[in-house]
Design a protein around this ligand. Structure first.
Ligand SMILES: [Cu+2]
Length: 193
């Protein structure tokens, strides 16, 4: 009943099943971001268009982010210039905000982003996922820095792609609730090579 041909067929079928499972696993991993390859993000920072054209704050530049393992740290590289060197204020709150909608300049970006609680409605920045703290300008009005963030991700369904990064007029101070001042520059986080 079970001839040689039949056994060969069963053996072939076994390999086909294994092959199918492997292909399925690899494609699922690629789609879901399980890959160990770096995922890169770029954010092209522009001055908030609603600022007066005589406003001394002309912030622009780039933010680059990359992440290798899902759940692993995200490296954030900041290269900005155009900060107001005549201002006493050197520190500026620096946050990811929930929306990447630039249709009304830097105004329609929602609250500070927190992937732990998507329904959070308060505007308190303390402890939220997308709170990068402050960036500090140097004497030339530039911010060139890098840091690591363990709370955001560039992979999977909670990735920050399509959200925005905001530079605030004022610093974020521990325990201060609410606004760190107006949004003086913003950008949308896009996927890059
Ligand atoms: Cu903010």
């Amino acid at each position: 009943m079970f001839g040689v041909g039949c056994l060969k067929f069963l053996a072939m079928l076994k390999y086909l099943v294994i092959l199918f499972l492997l292909v399925n696993l690899v494609s699922t991993a690629a789609v879901d971001g399980f890959s160990q390859e770096y995922t890169h993000a770029h954010c092209e920072m522009h001055i908030a268009p609603e600022l007066d054209e005589l406003d001394p704050r002309r912030i622009h530049g780039q933010i680059h982010m990359k992440q290798s393992a899902r759940g692993g740290p995200v490296d954030v590289l900041v290269n900005l210039t155009g900060f107001d060197v005549t201002s006493q204020e050197r520190n500026h709150a620096f946050h990811i905000h929930v929306y990447g909608d630039l249709s009304d300049g830097c105004k329609n970006l929602g609250r500070s982003y927190d992937n732990a609680d998507e329904d959070k409605t308060d505007i308190e920045h303390l402890g939220t996922t997308g709170n990068f703290g402050n960036i500090t300008r140097d004497d030339t009005g530039s911010v060139v820095t890098s840091f690591t963030n363990n709370r955001i991700t560039l992979k999977g369904r909670h990735s920050v792609f399509g959200r925005s990064i905001v530079v605030h007029a004022l610093p974020y101070t521990d325990g201060s609730k609410g606004s760190a001042g107006i949004h003086i520059a913003c950008c949308v986080i896009g996927r890059s090579e």
